[in-house]
Ligand binder design. Structure first.
Ligand code: NAI
Length: 301
């Protein structure tokens, strides 16, 4: 099969001043894309900001013979997100790829977490994905081409102590993807999610140095390149670390029909093993499949 190339394609990578986003941007440019390097230059908790980090990555791409432009706005800001998409179209005339990668952390156990810490994290991860994507969507529809990657996390999929805000924000992106997969289908817009593990400043305090060496962010990037390629899958959660890749899915059990006469909490309790039995469980591709399953059971099928 032919190599994956992005010649003639225009991409935005948010939070591309360092860590994973920088690697995604460098590789897109190396494979021929014109790339808008967005980064607010924020500290890990989202405070402060300068476009120096984005400028630096632009210089790296240009030095290697690629094309890139910097954008120092915040993705969580209405004007910042709109300007970011406008910059791509004004500079390069189209927009084919959006990798929503920008993120912050405000870790604390839930009992100590201020609502402001919850809102700030939701704002950057969820709205900082929604706002650029909402601005990009009509352009991708018009072009009848779009490839989008949202960045989720094992914390969102499975949980992690001290990250209730981050986990809620990260799984919200999977919910966003699930519906945009359905809505994007007819316009050739494919939306996927990456769940990475990588040694970046976000994880430097929790990863021992020997492990960090095996978890370079550039080991995640090939998976993301496939997710934004012409032949990308659609609606997939790709998990990636250290050069290993897997797919995460939500499964629902077949369950059991308990009838509607004398239904009680005790009946649910007493049938728990059947309700939770994994035999025949399925990963649905739309909410209606769940409803259809229940109706089928009512009909005795
Ligand atoms: P990082 O901290 O190196 O990169 C995040 C970038 O986003 C920073 O350069 C920061 O300046 C930028 N940013 C923050 N707020 C912004 C805003 N409002 N507008 C524009 N840019 C903003 O961290 P890393 O690890 O590269 O994270 C990238 C993404 O991967 C994040 O979404 C993170 O949650 C996710 N992730 C990372 C994991 C890891 O193991 N490193 C694990 C799971 C998810």
């Amino acid at each position: 099969m032919a190599d994956i190339r992005f010649d003639g394609k225009v991409a935005i990578v948010t939070g591309a001043g360092g860590g994973l986003g920088r690697q995604h941007a460098l590789e897109l440019a190396r494979r021929g894309a014109k790339v808008v390097i967005n980064d607010l230059g924020a500290s890990l908790d989202g405070s402060g900001g300068s476009s120096a980090a984005a400028d630096q990555v632009v210089q790296e791409i240009k030095a290697a013979g690629g094309e890139a432009v910097a954008d120092g706005g915040s993705v969580a800001d209405d004007a910042g997100a709109a300007n970011l998409v406008k910059r791509a179209v004004d500079t390069y005339g189209r927009l084919d790829i959006l990798i929503a990668n920008a993120g912050i952390l405000r870790d604390k156990s839930f009992s100590k977490m201020e609502l402001a810490d919850f809102e700030a994290v939701m704002n950057v991860h969820l709205m900082g994905t929604v706002k650029p994507l909402r601005a990009a969507w009509p352009i991708m529809r018009e072009q009848q081409y779009g490839r989008v990657v949202v960045t989720t996390s094992s914390t969102g999929l499975y949980g992690n102590f001290g990250q209730a805000n981050y986990g809620a924000a990260k799984l919200s992106l999977v919910g966003l993807m699930n519906t945009l997969r359905i809505e994007g289908e007819r316009d050739n817009i494919r939306v996927n999610a990456i769940s990475p593990v990588a040694a970046t400043r976000m994880t430097e305090n929790i990863l021992p140095p020997a492990m960090a060496e095996r978890l370079k962010p550039e080991f995640v990037t090939p998976g993301v390149m496939y997710l934004v390629s012409e032949d990308a899958p659609h609606g997939v959660i790709l998990t990636a670390a250290a050069g290993a890749f897997a797919v995460a899915r939500v499964y629902e059990t077949e369950g059991v029909y308990l009838g509607d006469g004398g239904l009680s909490a005790e009946e649910v309790r007493d049938n728990w093993d059947k309700i939770a039995d994994p035999t025949g469980q399925q990963a649905y591709t739309g909410g209606q499949e769940q409803t259809q399953k229940f109706l089928r059971k009512v009909m005795g099928q």
